[in-house]
Design a protein around this ligand. Sequence first.
Ligand code: TYD
Length: 208
Amino acid sequence: MKPGRFITLEGGEGAGKTVNLNFIRDWLVQHAGATVRVTREPGGTAVGEDIRRLFLQQADLQPETELLLIFAARAQHLHQVIRPALARGEWVLCDRFTDASYAYQGGGRGLAQERIAYLENWLQGDLRPDLTLLLDTPPELGKARAHGRGDANRFDTETERFYVKVRQAYADRAASEPQRIQRVDASRPLPEVQQHIATLLLQWLDLL
Ligand code: TYD
């Protein structure tokens, strides 16, 4: 059996993750003939969705609490969804994963990377995404796009400064893992963004 592949989608606020997640899923089904399991973080399991509610809505969470909640949800997600699907040969397409912890809890909240790396190594072992698409937008544009969406959460009221740090942390990760993390300029019109995503996916499939 061919191994499953693990693809993650990342980005700041208003980068168009939802519409592009659907695009990527359809593209993979069509071009890779893959069974694609779409999931998200925080969430993806019953426990994870409960943690998500707490994580996104509860006021006054300490940065450390945020990080531990995220990894608690992730542990459950890895055990119940991600690893079993990959073992069955399915492709897992996940809306955010551990790069988001480095960006938000690391860059945004200022927690040390080593703390995050410790939890990552503990809970994931050597499991890392095979490919990560990073939808990059300047924070002011993302904020304008996200404005008025019905699903407001704790992060929507963060300052632009917070999102500048999140964006920088994502950029640093992309620079340190240029093979795995592919940046997409998501400030461009949607058809161009999707054309770029399709080109990146095609190049990546050729290398498999
Ligand atoms: P969501 O409504 O999915 O936001 P978005 O549409 O921007 O993806 O909420 C997820 C939020 O959780 C998002 O603001 C980023 C945050 N998050 C972290 O802070 N750390 C993490 O590890 C993950 C996975 C998400």
